[in-house]
Design a protein around this ligand. Structure first.
Ligand SMILES: CC(C)(COP(=O)(O)OP(=O)(O)OC[C@H]1O[C@@H](n2cnc3c(N)ncnc32)[C@H](O)[C@@H]1OP(=O)(O)O)[C@@H](O)C(=O)NCCC(=O)NCCS
Length: 156
């Protein structure tokens, strides 16, 4: 992937991810730049002629794990799915990450994303852990007498 690909990849991601829901709402220019700045060799575009049909974005580190590679974004236009293209893109990132010294490569996958889980399993990824995102109580709880601000005993 080249820097000049970024505007088209940003638009393609907006088309292919449901950016109204988490975690796809995190899709942004900086989400692309994070990986492309860090490790361009782990970021790839699939093209059919002049049309960009898919991409993968990956890099190291994964949060504080400097030796972990992170495959964060992968997507293909619907017409180009089911042809092992995503597998090829993912494999290219895996090779680049391991060549750069990764000891482990991870991907965080939304539990409801069946296709993404199938892709990961077929590429040889196995489940490490499952995290559930809990939403806190709504802003209304501030107004409720039970949960509202209280003066704790001992407080001046
Ligand atoms: C996830 C995604 C990239 C997979 O693309 P793909 O073209 O289906 O991937 P591949 O053709 O390489 O298939 C990979 C494996 O998943 C399986 N698979 C993927 N989608 C499937 C489906 N709908 N039904 C059955 N199997 C499916 C394939 O059969 C294959 O397994 P195999 O190697 O055992 O045959 C694609 O569905 C996509 O772009 N989704 C929208 C974006 C997204 O949610 N990305 C992931 C989060 S970042």
């Amino acid at each position: 992937m080249k820097n000049s690909d970024v505007p088209e990849i940003l638009e393609l991601g907006e088309e292919l991810f449901d950016t109204s829901v988490f975690p796809y709402s995190m899709w942004s220019l900086s989400a692309i730049a994070k990986h492309l700045d860090q490790q361009p060799e782990a970021c790839h575009v699939a093209e059919a002629g002049t049309l960009k049909v898919g991409f993968v974005l990956a890099s190291m580190p994964f949060f504080d794990r400097k030796d972990w590679g992170y495959v964060e974004w992968i997507a293909l236009r619907p017409d180009f799915r089911g042809r092992a293209l995503a597998t090829e893109l993912g494999d290219a990132s895996l090779r680049a990450l391991y060549r750069s010294g990764a000891n482990r490569v991870v991907a965080d996958i939304d539990a409801s994303n069946r296709e993404s889980k199938l892709l990961a399993r077929s590429m040889g990824f196995t489940e490490l852990t499952t995290v559930t995102l809990f939403a806190g109580p709504s802003l209304d709880w501030v107004k409720s007498p039970e949960r509202g601000e209280k003066v704790l005993s001992g407080e001046a």
